[in-house]
Design a protein around this ligand. Structure first.
Ligand SMILES: *Cc1c(COP(=O)(O)O)cnc(C)c1O
Length: 386
């Protein structure tokens, strides 16, 4: 028996909709991509949605649409997947990090404000800040938005963990406090399209730019052309774009997955509540839940109280893996990765992020996790920790 840390849930309706696409005329660039985009945009309350082949691609085209380039600076959290930072480097910009909050492990608003004050003096203000809704718990977007007004930066929400979650009663993705929000549909995430991602915005100009960047910078829209079409075949390349398109198979899967989004997130909450109950007497810190947010609950991360147990984090991790529990660690602080060390992150420290990393373990979290499995995880943790 092996219990993974995350796993997709695929229904017969999901399978049927993908098979229907295989039997149809369009495997790509057909009707399902726009349908999926419209469905997600309506669900979260955003005006524009651009489906792409990954969240990594969505981050890249979001940065490009906001004009990020050489000489610009982007800040994100060190506790995230590397993609949230790499997007800056793709654009030739510089990247830097803001330390995390010790309760939510999201980007700390206090640390952000302090860093902005110093950056203003040093003339090194960021063009873009990417808050990451870690584990699905929304960042304090209202405050980050206020700071963006004061210091003049753009906001991309990395909501790879957070579709279906809410911040102060609005769905994540509504872009109430951000220029662009991005989602991931990787199979471990909350809904899946196998690989896939999406960028949402309420800004028509940003949507138009992202649409160009995801498909070679090529347009058939006469309004975007520099001259009259030479004939009905005519298209123009007006930007240097990429092929980041989502396929019809993926979008059809996304459409049926989306109909179960609320059910998936509700199940994740049920599992988290059950974990909170059964794990409460162990020498661990349970995830903190901000009262004004509804988490997407992509991950359930515990912190070991290392001063109260006789094992290291590595020993605990290995013992749980040996028992067939697919624990994981989210994330290794990005600035400590060899690539980032090589580009100069040897001196700057993000102490709260590093302390979080040293004690973090992600327990299995997915809609089909059973009570029996959770009980087995509890018994195993108890045996390993006590
Ligand atoms: C998964 C993830 C990504 C990248 O998603 P892909 O769809 O795999 O490209 C980016 N940021 C965060 C926080 C993620 O968890």
């Amino acid at each position: 028996m092996f219990i993974p840390y995350g796993k997709q849930n695929i229904s017969q309706a999901d399978i049927d909709s993908v098979v229907n696409v295989l039997n149809s005329d369009f495997l790509t660039q057909g009707p399902h991509v726009p349908l999926f985009e419209k469905s997600v945009a309506e669900f979260v309350g955003a005006q524009h949605a651009l489906a792409v082949n990954s969240a990594t691609s969505a981050l890249h085209i979001a940065c490009l649409a906001l004009g990020l380039g050489k000489g610009d600076i982007l800040w994100t959290s060190p506790i995230t997947f590397v993609a949230s930072a790499n997007c800056a480097l793709y654009c030739g910009a510089e990247v830097n990090f803001v330390d995390v909050d010790s309760q939510t492990y999201n980007m700390s608003v206090e640390a952000l404000e302090k860093k902005l004050q110093q950056a203003k003096i040093d003339h090194k203000l960021p063009k873009i800040v990417i808050p990451v809704h870690l584990c699905g718990q929304p960042c304090d977007m209202e405050k980050i938005h206020q700071l963006s007004q004061e210091y003049g930066f753009h906001i991309i929400e990395d909501a790879s963990h957070a579709i279906g979650g809410k911040y102060k009663n609005t769905y994540i993705g509504s872009c109430k406090y951000a220029d662009i929000t991005i989602f991931s549909f990787h199979p471990v995430k909350i809904i899946t399209t196998a690989e896939g991602g999406m960028a949402l915005t309420n800004n028509a100009d940003l949507a138009k730019k992202m649409d160009l960047f995801r498909s070679h910078g090529v347009t058939r829209n006469q309004e975007l052309m520099t001259k009259e079409p030479e004939g009905p075949w005519y298209y123009q390349q007006v930007e240097l774009g990429f092929n980041y398109r989502m396929t019809e198979l993926q979008a059809a899967l996304g459409v049926t997955q989306l109909t179960r989004l609320e059910e998936f997130v509700a199940k994740r909450h049920k599992i988290a509540n059950q974990y909170n109950e059964i794990l409460k007497d162990l020498p661990i810190i349970l995830p903190y839940q901000l009262p004004e947010t509804y988490s997407g609950l992509h991950l359930y991360v515990i912190q070991l109280k290392l001063d109260q147990i006789s094992k290291t984090r590595k020993e605990v991790f290995e013992a749980l893996r040996a028992k067939g529990i697919g624990v994981n660690v989210h994330y290794i602080p990005v600035h400590t990765q060899p690539y980032y060390q090589n580009i100069g992150f040897t001196k700057e420290k993000f102490p709260k992020a590093e302390a979080y990393y040293a004690a973090a373990i992600s327990l299995p979290m997915y809609p089909d996790l059973t009570s029996e499995q959770m009980d087995y995880i509890y018994q195993s943790l108890k045996e390993v920790l006590l």
